[in-house]
Ligand binder design. Structure first.
Ligand code: FES
Length: 345
């Protein structure tokens, strides 16, 4: 597993309990990534290796250096640790950028894209927003952004600048559930308000309208449910989620015979055995083979592999699309080998 070594070169306070960390690869080589992707950091937390994924708020070609933005979570020991211990000069390691919350842009497209974010869910959305406004001069963009109060709004000034730069193509709607200023309305997004705002701002172009959402699980569930009720096809809704509640045991059983798994990654080649009910990822880790992962719950896509031969059954998938599955992509963290396998990372 190739790790990237980074140095924190700038620290930018963004909002209450929220800091951006601008990173520089120690190797000096440019790191390739797409807007909307994330980095999974390997952190030494009291002698234990902990992995945490943080979205990149930077957009390649617009921001000179990659940056992530970290918000202190309630009872979030790791986010608190980062906010307290990362400074200019701190050295950190991560897996290469990954994630499928990305957007393929085309200057010829005329479409509408809704970005639906809550709290720190704005981070990957901000990267995509900049990419889309730069790349598609005929497309319309709507940002609907839910926060607790004015002091919670991340990238407030930078988003204002985008509004000024693209007044005819960019609409921003801020919702505050507990505003500090007395004359601001208290607005918490629910199904009814959400549907009203979408319909009020919907001006579809000739290309399909897309909906990108990132925020707490309950927020994204509401967004997804309401859009589906409104008749939006699943393939036009993309969501990003790193939070794993609990992974239920598989609702199926498969033959418990040991299976041989070959994993290819460039020049590297690994081989190990796995038998149900152990997942492919867990079997590899048990045999000291370091495959990439983060959430271990079928939500983040850090463990994605392409199945070149054999069949894999997954008990959860919150991130791969129908097209990804048709292209042979699988998640090793929730994948069980039904046969011998050849996987490519
Ligand atoms: S590690 Fe997150 S989906 Fe597998």
């Amino acid at each position: 597993m190739d790790l990237l070594e980074w140095k924190v070169i700038r620290v930018i306070p963004e909002a209450r309990d929220t800091i951006s960390y601008v990173l520089e690869a120690i190797s000096g080589a440019p790191v390739t990534y797409e807007a909307g992707q994330f980095l999974t950091f390997l952190l030494d937390y009291h002698g234990q290796e902990i992995r945490r994924s943080y979205s990149l708020g930077s957009t390649p070609g617009i921001d000179e250096q990659p940056f992530i933005t970290v918000r202190k979570k309630e009872n979030g020991a790791i986010s608190r640790y980062i906010l307290e211990h990362w400074h200019v000069g701190t050295l950190v390691s991560s897996l290469p950028p990954s994630g499928r919350f990305t957007l393929s842009t085309d200057p010829g497209h005329r479409r509408q894209v809704f970005f639906l974010a809550a709290g720190s869910g704005i981070v990957p959305v901000f990267a995509l927003l900049k990419q889309l406004l730069r790349d598609e001069s005929h497309s319309q963009v709507v940002l609907l952004y839910q926060n607790h109060d004015e002091n919670n709004i991340i990238y407030h000034g930078a988003i204002q600048q985008l509004e000024m730069l693209f007044p005819a193509r960019f609409t921003r709607i801020d919702l505050l559930s507990h505003p500090i200023l007395p004359d601001l309305p208290h607005q918490r997004l629910n199904n009814g308000l959400f549907e009203l705002l979408i319909n009020r701002n919907l001006h579809p172009g000739p290309h399909p309208t897309l909906y990108y959402t990132c925020g707490p699980a309950s927020f994204m569930r509401m967004v997804q449910f309401t859009l589906r009720v409104m008749g939006v096809e699943e393939e036009y809704i993309r969501k990003e989620n790193f939070t794993v509640e609990t992974v239920p045991p598989p609702a199926f059983t498969i033959d418990m015979a040991p299976r041989r798994v070959q994993v290819r990654r460039g020049e590297q080649h690994h081989e190990f055995t796995v038998a149900y009910p152990t997942t492919i990822l867990q079997a590899a880790l048990n045999q000291h083979i370091k495959l990439p992962y983060s959430c271990k719950g079928g939500r983040c896509s850090a463990c994605t592999a392409r199945c070149l031969s054999g069949t894999v059954k997954m008990n959860m998938n919150e991130v791969l699309t129908e097209k990804d599955l048709q292209n042979g992509l699988i998640l090793t963290c929730v994948g069980y080998a039904e046969t011998d396998l050849i996987l490519e990372l």
